[in-house]
Design a protein around this ligand. Structure first.
Ligand SMILES: *Cc1c(COP(=O)(O)O)cnc(C)c1O
Length: 349
């Protein structure tokens, strides 16, 4: 496949303090852009990262036709670069796009484009614990026309941002009682930009009460726990791990899927089934709720220290042999090429 390449004149690399990176604020020297017009994807371009021109009427601004992905590249001690289960991200961006009536990104544009981009910006991938390159592929409706119908022109873009290990501080959550993230038949399973926009306001209300995140419940009864903020959610009751099954309301997270598999590999009792608010509150009252944590590419695993539902608040106990740290260590070990990878999740570039 042809890729047009325009390299930057002066790299920004030396201006970046890699020991003090705020998440998602610094971008690498280059980006990949591929246009879709007249029913086909054009030749992808790698060009200097920078502002782009759009018609104010571009449909993405009006109707939210936008989907994205989040993945990471890791460098091991030998300077080899790895991705983690990238097929999952490729399939998911197209599944998300299909739901928003967008054209499918071809496999070679996605993989060869990404590979070339990571080659060009290889020096931005730092080795060492916690360092990675966060990769953000996305598709937007770029056509300038505000009739309320799917666009005929799109852009598939990949930008990359150097990241350090992510620590969100102590996280306490509110179980949602009023607002919902997604509903049956909706777009909850898609990484659609609008899902995030709709979450900001309820989450800001939670912040005012001193909680960092919301655990979303099912939209019809608010009785079943579905996702923690923008992460999938796990509960440890006794020594049993429980997580909700994916559905059209729940995003099929790669981290979640990998934890479910690792639990089976290490003979940890795991149940994929609906989890009710009542069950979790009862378990917390009896002291059986040992852990809650969120899972996702950016933070890998984020432990949750406590939760609120109606007027009840609960604190989880300090725990030494936590599943959260067990799975985090296993996942990072596989991602950084330090542990055996028996499911071939790692992909070397
Ligand atoms: C991206 C995302 C996740 C986590 O998915 P990963 O593939 O593990 O990064 C979970 N929930 C929502 C809503 C998401 O957007």
């Amino acid at each position: 496949m042809n890729i047009d390449i325009e390299l930057i004149q002066d790299s920004k690399l030396n201006t970046v303090d890699f020991n003090n990176l705020a998440f998602g604020r610094i971008f690498t020297d280059h980006m990949l852009v591929c246009d879709f017009a007249n029913g086909e994807w054009k030749t992808p371009k790698i060009m200097p990262y920078g502002p782009m021109l759009f018609e104010p009427s571009a449909r993405v601004f009006h109707y939210g036709q936008a989907v994205f992905e989040g993945m990471k590249a890791y460098k091991d001690d030998n300077d080899d670069v790895f991705l983690f289960r990238p097929d999952e991200n490729f399939n998911r961006i197209n599944k998300s796009g299909e739901r928003l009536a967008m054209p499918t990104v071809p496999e070679d544009v996605f993989f060869e484009g990404l590979k070339k981009l990571l080659e060009v910006d290889n020096a931005w991938i730092k080795k060492g614990e916690g360092n990675s390159l966060y990769i953000r592929p996305f598709i937007i409706a770029s056509e300038g026309a505000i009739s309320a119908s799917p666009a005929e022109e799109y852009k598939f873009i990949i930008i990359c941002s150097p990241a350090q290990s992510y620590y969100a501080g102590e996280v306490r959550v509110i179980f949602a009682e009023k607002y919902s993230r997604s509903a049956d038949g909706g777009v909850g399973f898609a990484k659609a930009a609008g899902n995030y926009a709709a979450q900001f306001y309820p989450t800001s209300l939670a912040h005012k009460e001193g909680y960092q995140q919301i655990v979303w419940t099912d939209a019809s009864t608010h009785e079943f726990l579905e996702e923690a903020g923008t992460m999938n959610v796990f509960f440890r009751i006794g020594d049993k791990l429980v997580t909700a099954p994916t559905s059209d309301r729940i995003l099929d997270g790669v981290t979640r899927k990998s934890i479910v598999q690792l639990a089976k590999d290490f003979n940890i009792d795991i149940e994929v089934r609906r989890v009710s608010v009542t069950e979790i509150k009862e378990a917390a009252k009896k002291g059986e709720l040992k852990e809650m944590f969120g899972s996702g590419t950016a933070a890998v695993i984020n432990p949750i220290k406590g939760f609120k539902h109606q007027n009840d608040t609960f604190e989880l106990p300090e725990i030494s042999d936590s599943y959260a740290s067990f799975f985090k260590e296993k996942l990072l070990g596989i991602q950084y090429n330090k542990l055996e990878d028996k499911h071939n999740w790692r992909v070397k570039l």
